[in-house]
Structures are given as structure tokens and as C-alpha cells.
Design a protein around this ligand. Sequence first.
Ligand SMILES: Nc1ncnc2c1ncn2[C@@H]1O[C@H](COP(=O)(O)OP(=O)(O)OP(=O)(O)O)[C@@H](O)[C@H]1O
Ligand SMILES: [Mg+2]
Length: 335
Amino acid sequence: MPLAAKVTKPVAHDPDPDLAEKGMAVTISKISKRFGSTIALDQLDLSIRENEMFALLGPNGAGKTTLIHILATLMRPDSGTAEICGIDVVRQPRRARAALGVVFQEPSLDGKLTVEENLDFHARMYRMPAPLRRERIGEMLELVELATLRRRLVRSLSPGMKRRLEIARALVHDSRVLILDEPTVGLDAQSRGRIWEYLARIRARRTVTVVVTTHYIEEVEGCDRVCVIDDGRVLALDRPDTLRSRHGRHVLRVQALDASTAAEIAALHPDAVPDGDGGLAIVGGRTILEDLLRRFGPRIDQVSLERPSLGTVFLGLTGRHLREEGAAQQGAGKR
Ligand SMILES: Nc1ncnc2c1ncn2[C@@H]1O[C@H](COP(=O)(O)OP(=O)(O)OP(=O)(O)O)[C@@H](O)[C@H]1O
Ligand SMILES: [Mg+2]
């Protein structure tokens, strides 16, 4: 069997005995969406429990944003149904929107308004009465530590502050489900960490389901469940540790001394993928390592064996890296 073969069939995940009893924050049933000949979502099924911290992990073009646009009622699916807290997003879009707060992949704040005005405008759109608006805006600004900047023009904020404000805005109307599409892309490591701290703090303070899409695999470690999607389909869905033990594979990273050796190794392992540092990543363990050393010995500059991680889960399931750097740069360019 090819080692890093792309899995074309969705992998069955555990039927969860609790699923029926627990309340569902998001229920997606056989959702499909096409753009011309591109199938963005392919009969996708997904259930997210109330109060869950849920990660959607997938490479560029996997269908994450399309799914979020459908949940946010910005786009209609070609077929299938989606519900937010039991409310059908196509049939009752206004009610579904009231239950949902979204931080979109593309920035959507008004730079000419102040921090507070951005929140107030949003709260008015949700027809919140003035006293409640004031109360919630104050709470949310305090939560994301922007209270002292409430009169600042948004265009003068740092990228991390803008993301925090977008999170505050998504929560101001007492949304029960918070969806964030790549909230940390384009931010430095410290700002990324802070975004996750705020999410943890929000969950400690109120009952809210959090759904996050990300390219950064290490970020999903703290999530309750992780859904790996590619080509508009669910490839795997489980707790991070279960994903690792079930789908994680050892990965060999090999740096050849010269290009011709690299080409020979690639010919021997057609499913090897470039690891971004001029080397090759090959899904497989000790046997392959020993075989490579026997065949190529001194022509290998460096070789390392990586233990199963969420990164290798992803590589094993999709045959691709998440290309974190590329994604981060792309995201930074977009903002
Ligand atoms: N409005 C559109 N018109 C045409 N094709 C689209 C449109 N929106 C998305 N697609 C295509 O649908 C597929 C899924 O795109 P989507 O943006 O949902 O992926 P994604 O997982 O969010 O990717 P990324 O990580 O780059 O944000 C891609 O092939 C994309 O090119
Ligand atoms: Mg996207």
C-alpha cells in the first residue's frame, strides 16, 4: 500500500452513545455546495455538541469557509440541511443569525469607527435595547482587554487587537455558538496564544459552543474534538488523543546530501512529500529508516523519525502538509 496515499474514502468515526442525549449546537446533514465544476462541500455530515470547543482542520480549499458561510446564512447550500441550536439556517435565517456569532476569515470591522462604535453598530443591527447594549459592550470590551481603547479608531489597532474586537463583536448579542474562521492566521505567536486564552476565558464565563477553523495543528490540541476535512468531506473526527493514536503514523524526515540522491529516494517512495526545508517527509517507521540507511548510507545528510502527532495524522489522512507557513503568509497578505 502506498505510504502517504491520499485517503479518498471518509474514515468512519466512533458512533458516540452520548450524542443522542446531549443537546446539539450545530447539526449539518448531507450538505453539498458546488461552484461550477468545483465541489466545495460533498454530502458533509457533522454534529457539534453544546458547549464544545470544536476544531475544523483542513488545508486550503478544503471547504471550511464555504461551510461557515452556509451556517452564517450568507450562502445557501445546493442540498442538505444545517441547524444552529435546532434552528434551520435556510428556513429561519434571522433566528439562526441571532444564535450565532461569527468571526470571518476576511476582516470586517469599520476602520473609520471607534472600537465602541463598531460594537454598538453591531448591537443595534441585532435590535438590542440601549441599556443592554451598554452593558454587553462594557462586558465584552473588558473580556478581550480593550476597555481602555474603546474610543480609539479601529484602523489604528494592531492586527491582534482587531481580532479580539471581532471576537467581542461576535459575542455581544449573546450568541450561543461562536464560529471563528482562521482567527489566528497572520498573527505572531504571542497574539495567537492570547486569542486562545480569550476563548478559554469566554468558555469559563458563559455557556457557548466554540467552532474554530485553523491551519495551525498545535492549536487544536486543547480542543474537545477535531474534525479533519478535505475536499468537502470529513476524513476523521475525534478527540485529539484518539486521532493521534488511531490515525497518527511515524514520519521520517530525510535530507539527502545531493539532488540526485533526493531524486532516487523520491523515486523509491513516490508518496514522499517535500517538507518545506529541502527534505522529504515519508510516512512510515523504523523499517523504512533502516532500508534508507542501508541503500543510501553516506549520501544521507540528516534523517529523523517523528513520533505520531496531529501533524502526522493530517499527513497520513490527506497525503499533504497543512503548509502552515504558506497559509500564514497568505492570511497575513489578506488582512
Ligand atoms: N465564491 C466562489 N466561487 C468559486 N469557487 C469558490 C468560491 N468559494 C469557494 N470556492 C472554491 O470552493 C473550494 C472550497 O473553498 P473554501 O474557501 O471553502 O476553502 P477553505 O477550506 O476555507 O480554504 P482556506 O484554508 O484557503 O481558507 C475551493 O476549491 C474554492 O476555490
Ligand atoms: Mg477559508
